[in-house]
Write a protein that binds this ligand. Structure first.
Ligand code: FES
Length: 105
């Protein structure tokens, strides 16, 4: 059976810094939320699969973020770690409505 996702407002778009991450907590979850250069918003798990680096503090380039600890490159769209490293993080759907950002958790 599919789990129903909850739609949660996390910020207004204007509150998110462009091309930077922001740590957002929703219940027990800690997420890294990014507003990309093209204005879209992405949300991923805030823990690097390598050794737990805080991805919200990473450097954003296009749709990727570089982990601040050892520079693994992670796609904010599908959560996949880019070669030669391997792994992935959970991703969460984000939508913008009337200037507010909502995540489906
Ligand atoms: S903890 Fe992220 S690359 Fe090592």
């Amino acid at each position: 059976m599919e789990k129903t996702l909850e739609k949660v407002r996390i910020a207004s778009v204007a509150d998110l810094p462009e091309k930077m991450g922001k740590t957002v907590r929703v219940g027990e979850l800690e997420l890294a939320v990014f507003k990309l250069g093209n204005g879209t918003v992405r949300a991923i798990e805030n823990r690097c699969p390598h050794k737990g680096g805080v991805l919200a503090e990473g450097i954003v380039s296009g749709e990727h973020v570089f982990c601040p600890m050892h520079d693994w490159k992670i796609c904010t769209t599908d959560g996949k770690v880019q070669a030669p490293d391997v792994g992935c993080v959970s991703t969460y759907k984000a939508v913008i409505e009337d200037g507010d950002v909502y995540l489906f958790i």
